[in-house]
Ligand binder design. Structure first.
Ligand SMILES: [Zn+2]
Ligand SMILES: [Zn+2]
Length: 258
């Protein structure tokens, strides 16, 4: 399974910067987990290949350029972009984003070929299929309805925590996977901002190391993601101090294979 955290900003030479402002993971060129930077980072060649987007929650850093992505492809889509999300998240996207005020309700619109956007409600706790992948979603502990995911391609399995603080069900599905290859887990704030992390339901390195005690560590790669760009270096320094085996920070723009 190939996973790329799509960059959200580029320097003056057009090279991706390491700061992760928006969240969007591209899996095997065709499935996205969240869509923060989807319309910004994909090339013209990559863009038409993405037909399925799993939205973990409706926070702006996870959906910022989703409406623009569909808008860009609008005239050329021969099948709809499928947005996979829980009923609750679909309701929030319809109410707050695709509401004719912020942007058009694409799920009601058709181009010359047919519908351009289709919601696919996802179940909680039971596997469902997205393209060639099998996915399990469970609620995690964030301030809006949010799911964590385990994604498998039949060979490899990768878990995505999405945005969360201490949580339980996620670890049950993660620990139930025989061979998990990678865990992508959020670490949003440095330790000195533990209060803010607590009220906004995110991890700091100190709370992450506590949380990882719930993980049956079988040697999988642990990738820290969702580092707030302002504190990136500080968070990285604190993570290093923890000496967690196989922990590293995921780099936007780099292609990872498992
Ligand atoms: Zn969030
Ligand atoms: Zn976020």
């Amino acid at each position: 399974m190939r996973i790329q955290l799509l960059p959200s900003t580029f320097d003056a030479q057009g090279v991706a910067t390491l700061e992760q402002r928006l969240t969007c993971f591209l899996i095997d060129d065709c499935v996205a987990v969240d869509a923060g930077s989807i319309a910004i980072a994909l090339t013209n060649e990559q863009r038409p290949k993405v037909k399925d987007i799993i939205v973990t929650h409706p926070h702006l850093d996870h959906i910022a350029s989703l409406p623009i992505f569909i808008d860009d492809l609008y005239p050329t889509l021969k099948e709809p972009i499928r947005v996979h999300a829980t009923h609750e998240v679909i309701g929030l996207l319809e109410r707050d984003v695709f509401n004719w005020n912020v942007y058009p309700r694409f799920s009601d619109l058709k181009n010359d070929y047919g519908p351009v956007m289709q919601y696919v409600p996802i179940p909680l706790g039971t596997p469902f299929t997205v393209a060639h992948l099998t996915v399990i979603a469970v609620p995690v502990n964030h301030i809006v309805p949010t799911v964590g995911l385990v994604v498998s391609d039949g060979q490899k399995s990768v878990a995505f925590s999405s945005d969360t603080a201490e949580t339980e069900e996620f670890w049950k599905i993660v620990n139930a996977i025989k061979e998990l290859d990678a865990l992508l887990i959020e670490t949003s704030f440095p330790d000195r901002m533990a209060k803010l992390a607590e009220v906004s339901r995110h991890f700091t390195p100190a709370s992450l190391v506590q949380e990882l005690k719930k993980l049956n560590h079988n040697g999988m790669d642990i990738m820290a993601v969702h580092l707030k760009p302002t504190y990136r270096e500080e968070i990285i320094a604190e993570l290093k101090e923890l000496n967690i085996p196989k922990l590293s920070v995921m780099e936007p723009g780099k292609l990872y294979s498992w």
